[in-house]
Design a protein around this ligand. Structure first.
Ligand SMILES: [Zn+2]
Length: 221
């Protein structure tokens, strides 16, 4: 049941990007594709194991190619992360690559939760996001965004156990001294873990979120 639901969009996207070779039946491609899809590469499996050890709740997703260079490969759907002693919710995420999920899990636990306890006196219970996968270019440019390969997450707010909600749009500039210091601290800790981090100090397009991305670069604004 679930398999057929998952496979339909893959067949459609393969057709759309011309990946089905001439003269071969789409039906046969579907079958071989499904075998491939549900057998993760050794690298992906190793990443899934690491993500499992971080106590994240997730579902591995079949590799998907959407055309126009957009894809979600070795990706997962994250339903929850974990702090030292509790479950951390995460909202509004689509597909994320496993390496991104693993980095995000480490940041949530060791960066965000600990800073929330130390600076705001309450543990983290939930991270709210504005999404992850989106087949699009970088705003104003032609090159594909890291979102087009499920390699970036836009993080918008942090909810604490005492009920406080610290949002990038609300508290980055206008929050209390502690709230502003919390956001600056977790932005800085994100920069130590992710290759690219963009926030309100970068440009107006990032006034309401932190863009965190697994990349080979070292760009922190
Ligand atoms: Zn982004």
């Amino acid at each position: 049941m679930r398999r057929s639901l998952v496979l339909l969009p893959i067949v459609a996207s393969l057709s759309a990007c011309g990946a089905i070779p001439e003269g071969r039946s789409p039906q046969k491609q579907t079958v071989s594709r499904s075998t491939q899809v549900f057998t993760p590469s050794p690298e992906a499996q190793q990443c899934y194991n690491g993500l499992g050890q971080s106590k994240a709740s997730f579902t591995p997703l079949p590799d998907q190619y959407f055309g126009a260079g957009c894809s979600a490969v070795s990706a997962v759907r994250l339903s929850a992360l974990a702090s030292d002693d509790a479950r951390l919710g995460v909202t509004n995420l689509g597909a994320v690559t496993c390496p991104l999920a693993q980095t995000f899990a480490g940041w949530a636990r060791f960066g965000v939760d600990r800073a929330a306890r130390q600076i705001l006196g309450s543990p983290l219970v939930r991270i709210e996001t504005m999404g992850s996968y989106a087949c699009r270019t970088v705003a104003g440019r032609e090159r594909l965004s890291a979102h087009a390969s499920a390699n970036a997450i836009d993080v918008s707010a942090f909810v604490l156990a005492d009920g406080r909600r610290i949002s990038v749009s609300g508290q980055w500039s206008a929050g209390s001294e502690a709230e502003r210091r919390f956001l600056q601290t977790i932005h800085a800790s994100a920069c130590k873990r992710f290759g690219t981090v963009l926030g309100p100090a970068y440009n107006a397009a990032h006034a309401d979120h932190f863009h965190v991305e697994v990349s080979a670069s070292n760009f922190c604004r």
